[in-house]
Design a protein. Sequence first.
Length: 298
Amino acid sequence: MPADSPVFSRIAIVGLGLIGGSIAFAARRAWPSTHVVAIDREAVLREALARRAIDAAGTDLSAVRDADLVVLAAPVRQNLSLLHQVAAHVSASAVLTDVGGTKRAIMDAAARLPAGTPFIGGHPLGGGARGGFEFATASLFSRRPWILTPPAGGGPPATAGRPAAIGAAVDRLSAFVTGLGAQPAIMAAADHDRLMALISHLPQLAVTALMDVVGSVATSGGLRLAGQGLIDTTRLASSPAGVWRDICATNADEIARALDLLIERLSDLRSDLQRAEIVDAMFQQAAQWRAELMKGRD
């Protein structure tokens, strides 16, 4: 889409952390004429204005009233509490979305919005080990998936009975995230949470627990002797707890199932440490899945 034809001419972002800030930078880069307003703490807003990530700043939710796209980019449970408050201020033509790492809870809350308020769940799979606006960048979403979770019946255009307003919102959001450099994908909220429990939430919690165990037992002296393997493996252990606290709370059932699978596999390995064929088989299968994971990424 040409730079002078933005998908959304006025964007409001509620929460200007790593993701919200990166959306602002990426939107400004893709469509310089887009007007971006953000709602956050005054210190964050001052920095965003200084870095020209946004055009206007607000500390009150009424600042979203003129936007045709409103993005809830606060932590998951904060977005849940903000959703209905924000909806009270948006225009009739506005599209609402979020960027949270779980989707069932927000979609359930969105189902109780007033009729005619299109809400499409969103989850950009671009992030970093450190959060905060200071780490925001326009390239954060480049070639990364961005999952959209419409309400039931609001999937791809071929879906029979898809409400027109939801369909239009999905199409516009897909064009928007494509313009930011991301690759939109559409799935049901339940499917999203089940998949994320395996490919995102489980790795984070496993790595965090691993680093906690290793550090607690090896202590500082032992960690000084660690090689690059431990450093590479535990990069996610630097992730901020605040984001993950909300993800655990809103996807506890699916994360528990994923943890059970890992615990079962580790228990089997613990019982078979002296059986070379079992160890070999696990390493071989893991290497095959790793190769599959890395296809097209090298």
